[in-house]
Unconditional design. Structure first.
Length: 337
């Protein structure tokens, strides 16, 4: 189990490493920093959030009471090309401008890993004073250059338990794990709950329909704390990403070993970012204390199609979801009906 949790932490490591340099953003003042942060990290916020809304179920048929399943799954939310850069809009900022107004396309976290000479430079000049502070915009991960596409992975372990009234309780979790790399420390944990409930029992017209029909609701939360330097343990970046979904799910078994399933519904992605601690910056004589705390949310309709292979108690499933960030999900599990 510990090795599996470590694997999850390593999957997220490239994204977490970027949060180590959040103090770069506050050189331009707190309000402008939050605007820059939202634009830079938005693809990761959405990718994590929408990834968490997937792979809750691979059938609309609930377990019998005390029936159960345990599934190891991976969802991959694809980041569209348009999300690799964002446009710097001067009217959105109070105290920062671009050194070169023609270079108004700044990379997001999923942008290319630019050379130093190509990274746009930002000027901080509070109140239009004579003194200026220059700092470079953070570059992207360059993921597309390495693997050919941009995506946010969401691995997880999930268990389902059959209750009364044709209802399943679902729990997904990653116990809090601490990952250290040099002086950097990252704590990662996840917890989620879901309910799958048969609808046919409440709709007489569907009682004898040759398919299963259920309603599914789920909520997951990933919590990450990054300490860039363990020698200053009070300086911590705190990230909370939540994904919520409600769906109508249908499924049909074919030749006993194949289940086709699909659903439609609504997803929500919710993020909170905090930069706690004391930070000395060039543009201020006094350190900034707990400078960043903002929230970000987004909603999207969703539609899913998928298939499951039933091999005795072993299940293998894959599905594709069309939503704000289209997502491919795969799972391997054990199910006892």
């Amino acid at each position: 189990m510990k090795k599996l949790i470590l694997f999850f932490a390593l999957v997220y490591a490239p994204f977490l490493s970027q949060s180590q340099s959040l103090d770069v953003f506050i050189e331009g003042g707190v309000d402008d920093a939050e605007e820059l942060l939202k634009n830079y990290f938005e693809p990761a916020f959405l990718g994590f959030g929408y990834g968490l809304t997937n792979n809750w179920a691979n059938t609309a048929k609930p377990h019998q009471p005390l029936g159960f399943d345990i599934t190891l799954s991976l969802s991959v939310a694809y980041v569209p090309e348009k999300a690799t850069f964002f446009t710097f809009k001067p009217n959105d900022y109070s105290n920062v401008t671009l050194a070169d107004p023609n270079k108004d396309q700044l990379p997001t976290i999923f942008g290319p890993n630019l050379d130093a000479d190509d990274i746009p430079e930002i000027i901080f000049n509070e109140g239009k004073q004579e003194s200026e502070v220059k700092f470079t915009s953070p570059t992207g991960l360059g993921m597309e250059e390495v693997i050919g596409f941009n995506a946010v992975p969401a691995p997880m372990i999930q268990a389902g338990l059959g209750l009364i009234k044709e209802t399943d309780l679902k729990i997904r979790t990653i116990p809090t794990y601490t990952y250290k790399n040099g002086d950097t420390e990252v704590k990662l944990g996840m917890l989620g709950f879901g309910i799958l409930h048969d609808m046919k029992q409440h709709v007489p017209a569907f009682a004898f329909a040759p398919f299963e029909l259920s309603i599914l609701a789920g909520f997951s939360r990933i919590s990450v704390e990054t300490t860039p330097d363990i020698n200053t343990p009070d300086n911590v970046t705190r990230l909370s990403v939540k994904g919520a979904t409600i769906q109508v799910l249908g499924s049909k078994d074919f030749v006993k070993i194949i289940t086709l399933y699909g659903g439609v519904g609504l997803n929500g992605a919710f993020t909170r970012v905090r930069l706690d601690g004391s930070y000395k910056i060039e543009s201020s004589l006094q350190p900034l204390v707990n400078p960043i705390d903002f929230k970000f949310s987004n909603f999207s309709p969703r539609a899913t199609v998928g298939a499951k292979l039933n091999l005795a108690i072993i299940t293998i499933n894959a599905d594709y979801t069309v939503q704000k960030y289209n997502t491919l999900s795969m799972g391997l599990g054990v199910s006892v009906r």
